[in-house]
Design a binder for this molecule. Structure first.
Ligand code: MN
Length: 204
């Protein structure tokens, strides 16, 4: 699917003249696909887990955020694809807009499709269709294998995000609480809100 078609739902939910979020016009990328996890303080705080696939970001909203403990399965709601340049978005989505609230880039890096290395290799697109994604993350906070598994007999968009058992698994780490800040700016959600407020006051 062309990146532009994939972003129809994304664009239909937003008034891109009124929100600082990207429109998805800019689809440049390097060789390795990227992943990003955005901490999003909307009506409910959640973590948006996004994987670059064919020029867009496949996305899951994870209410509790990712865990480095393989026995800790986290609910992940599959949501609409986002534009690739959304990966760098940090800021405040205005009141009344879709997803209103503060967004912080909690982790980012590149990833590898583990399913592509199996005897029956699957592309990322095919893995999502099959309801079973396995990726190896090379992030600043998260590393190693993570699986996204679609839940059977549940609503169509409900998946689980699970740390795979490998050398990067660690039941004692809890990066959601011990490393809460942005990997882009080092800022907290409050500091991003304050910063935007100061900018607005400065320009009015
Ligand atoms: Mn979100």
């Amino acid at each position: 699917m062309a990146a532009d078609d994939k972003l129809k739902e994304y664009r239909s939910k937003r008034d891109l003249r009124k929100t600082p979020e990207p429109s998805g016009g800019n689809q440049k990328h390097g060789q390795k696909p990227i992943f990003v996890i955005q901490k999003h303080d909307a009506r409910n705080l959640h973590y948006d887990f996004r994987l670059e696939i064919d020029g867009a970001l496949a996305s899951w909203a994870v209410p509790k955020g990712p865990s480095t403990d393989p026995s800790d399965k986290r609910l992940a709601i599959h949501v609409e694809d986002h534009p690739l340049d959304y990966a760098a978005f940090e800021g405040v989505i205005p009141e009344g807009m879709y997803g209103a609230g503060t967004v912080l880039v909690w982790d980012r890096g590149t990833y590898r499709n583990i399913m592509e290395e199996k005897d029956d290799p699957l592309t990322m697109y095919e893995s999502i269709e099959a309801g079973h994604v396995e990726v190896w993350l090379e992030g600043e906070k998260l590393r190693g294998g993570f699986a996204l598994v679609k839940m059977k007999g549940r609503e169509d968009n409900q998946w689980l995000l699970v740390k795979m058992k490998d050398k990067e698994a660690d039941a004692r780490r809890n990066p959601i609480s011990t490393e809460p800040h942005s990997v882009l700016s080092g800022a907290s959600l409050d500091e991003i809100r304050e910063h935007i407020k100061e900018e607005e006051e400065g320009s009015s």
